[in-house]
Every structure is written in C-alpha cells, then in structure tokens.
Design a protein around this ligand. Structure first.
Ligand code: GDP
Length: 355
C-alpha cells in the first residue's frame, strides 16, 4: 500500500480492546472531542516481524495487499515508506493513528539512501507543520509529525549491528526511539537477558539517546509507580507478534503454535508485548510533548537559523531586501486577519455599549 489510506475501525471492548479509551486521563477534553492524532514509525530489517506486530498491537490489518520482494528486488530497492492511517474509536474516544512502515530498510548493500528517505520523511512532516503553524488556519492543523519510532533489533545477532548504531545515531535528534527486540520467542529467558544487557550497553557506549520514560511525581499512586518501574526495567522491549487466534485450555489467545507448545503474545511471562502496548498508550501524550518541545523545536530553530531572518546589509537589517512571493502572501494574509480581528473587536465593543 503506497498511498495513504484511511480506514474506519471501531473496536469493541471484547474481544480485542486496544485501550485508547484511557487517553482522556492524559489529554485535554478538547482534544478528546476533536480526536487524538498519533504517528508511529516502525524501522528494522525485513522479516523481523514489524507488520505482524503492528497488526497485533492495533487489531487491524494495515497491510492487506503487500507483496514480499525477492532477493534480487531487495538488493536493488531502497526503503519504501508506507503511511497507513486508521481511525480507532473506543468509548467515544477517537484516535487517528498513522503507522509508517519502512519495508526495504537494510536490504540494500548501501543503505545511505534508506537513511536519507526516512530522515527526509520526518523532516517533511516537520516542515508541513511549520508552514501550517504560520498559516491562517492554525486551529485545524493536522499533526502528522512522527511521535515515536519502534526500532527493531534482530534476536539472532549478539547485540546491535553497525547498521543499527549508524541509523539510530542519525535518528535520535529527530524522533523518540523505542528499541524493541524482535521475535522474542526464538531466545531463552537467559539469552534474552544477556541480549538486552548488551544492547543497552552498546546504546550507552555509542551515545545513542533513546526515549526514556519520565520520572514519576512523588504524589503518584504506588500502583502507577510500580508500573513505570516495570516498564523501565523491560527496555529494550522483547516482543512477539501473531495474528492467529488459538485455544489454550479453553481460553482464546493470540499466539504462535509450535510443536512443543504455544507462545502467547499477551502473556507477560512469554514476552513484553503488553508492556510495550502499555508504554505506548500511557505515554502517548509525553511522546507528543517531547516531539513538540524537543525534536520539532530543534528542527524549527535549525531551519530558521539556516534561512536567516531578514537579510542584513552592513550588519543592519535590510528591510528593502526582496521578499519571496510566499512570504508576501503570508504577510498579506496576516494583515487581513489582523484587520478582521480588529473589526470583530470593534463590533463587540459596540454591542457592549448598546446592552
Ligand atoms: P516485516 O518484514 O518486518 O514486516 O516482517 P513480517 O511481519 O512480514 O514477518 C516476517 C515473518 O516472521 C513472517 O513469517 C511472520 O509470521 C514471522 N514472525 C512475525 N512475528 C514473529 C515473532 O514474533 N516470532 C517469530 N518466530 N516469527 C515471527
């Protein structure tokens, strides 16, 4: 699916309740009414289970017609960015969720083009927001900025690959990175602990900044504090995905059936899937705030510093310097808005007088 598609998806609480109805606890009532916008990007080598996990997380198939490329195609292609949007509604709370998948990442021999494509996409969304923010219709801006990136790490290596390090370093100033270890079911508990430890050490050694859950306020209730402590301890989240429903001792579970038993996706003893989902849902607003206050502000100030304000003549601002056609239109629109606001204020004052 290369073009952006929007699907309506009304999930029933049982079975398959995602949990977004808890969002009103975090967000302002106004945004609940309007709907909540969130964009998640998933990056990692092909075959690590990205699409399976996304489908398991949001209980909807975002990739109905994907073709699996052959080895030759893989070597030739760079990354393709596939944004898909779903609208999820639970208990009257609307969530407009966009998932940007990155098939083809890491497949090419030279991955520089993939990096550039992904960073270009993130920048494009910042640029779009910057333009909208300085436009007239500021109230109805659609926020397509990437708020979080799940970075998939292979369970088959002994830690991070050079590709993982290089890419995360390029990405950490632009987006909140949440590292996840894919296909947790292929490792024993001990092997997983070792891999998690190595990955965290390599992240620290290479100066990679990943998303860190905020500290709890001291007046927060103990249950919440414990939940955050467990979530922090689980990083990097080791996840499994499956889209088949199986029956285990009379219960219906999402799982993977092996000759020796069933790996249950939502069983915290089997993997960190539930923890990852809880982290995402309970910290959606924090992820958005960091995107706005850190990543977007970085982009905005860099962009403005590069383009400069009004050109200078002998160190003095040259107001006679030619302004671009776009800036001219913007200035005219702003002047018109100011005139209208003044008119409304005058009318309101008149009405007050006649009361
Ligand atoms: P993507 O290319 O990263 O989007 O990967 P897919 O979601 O298409 O999955 C690739 C293959 O891995 C498929 O055969 C899946 O059934 C399998 N797979 C997905 N998730 C898991 C998992 O958690 N564990 C294991 N063992 N296999 C998985």
């Amino acid at each position: 699916m290369s073009s952006e598609s929007v699907k309506n998806f009304s999930s029933l609480e049982t079975p398959g309740y995602v949990g977004f109805a808890n969002l009103p606890n975090q967000v302002h009532r106004k945004s609940v009414k309007k709907g909540f916008e969130f964009t998640l990007m998933v990056v990692g080598e092909s075959g690590l289970g990205k699409s399976t996990l996304v489908t398991s997380l949001f209980l909807t198939d975002l990739y109905p017609e994907r073709l699996i490329p052959g080895a030759m195609e893989k070597m030739q292609q760079t990354v393709r960015l596939e944004p898909s949007t779903v609208e999820i509604e639970e208990r009257g709370v609307k969530l407009r969720l966009t998932v940007v998948d990155t098939p083809g990442y890491g497949d090419a021999i030279d991955n520089r083009d993939s990096f550039n494509e992904i960073i270009g996409y993130i920048n494009q969304q910042f640029e779009r927001f910057l333009k909208d923010e300085s436009g007239l219709n500021r109230k109805n801006i659609m926020d397509n900025r990437v708020h979080c990136c799940f970075y998939f790490i292979s369970p088959f290596g002994h830690g991070l690959k050079p590709l993982d390090i290089e890419f995360m370093k390029k990405l950490h100033n632009k987006v909140n990175i949440v590292p996840v270890i894919a296909k947790a079911d292929v490792l024993t508990k001990k092997e997983m602990q070792k891999l998690k430890k190595t990955v965290l050490e390599e992240i620290a050694k290479n100066g990679i900044r990943i998303y860190s859950l905020p500290e709890c306020d001291s007046d927060e209730d103990e249950e919440y504090k414990e939940q955050v402590r467990q979530l922090k301890q689980a990083v990097p989240f080791a996840v499994c995905g499956a889209n088949t429903e199986l029956e285990v001792k009379g219960r219906k579970v999402k799982g993977r059936l092996y000759p020796w038993g069933v790996v249950e996706v939502e069983n915290p003893e089997h993997c960190d899937f539930i923890k990852l989902r809880t982290m995402l849902i309970t910290h959606m607003q924090d992820l958005q705030e960091i995107t706005q206050q850190v990543h977007y502000e970085n982009y905005r100030s860099e962009r403005l510093a590069k383009e400069g304000p009004v050109p200078k003549k002998n160190g003095v601002e040259d107001t006679s310097a030619p302004i671009s056609e776009k800036d001219k239109i913007l200035q005219e629109k702003e002047a018109e808005l100011k005139r209208m606001q003044e008119m409304i204020a005058a009318m309101q004052a008149k009405m007050q007088q006649t009361k």
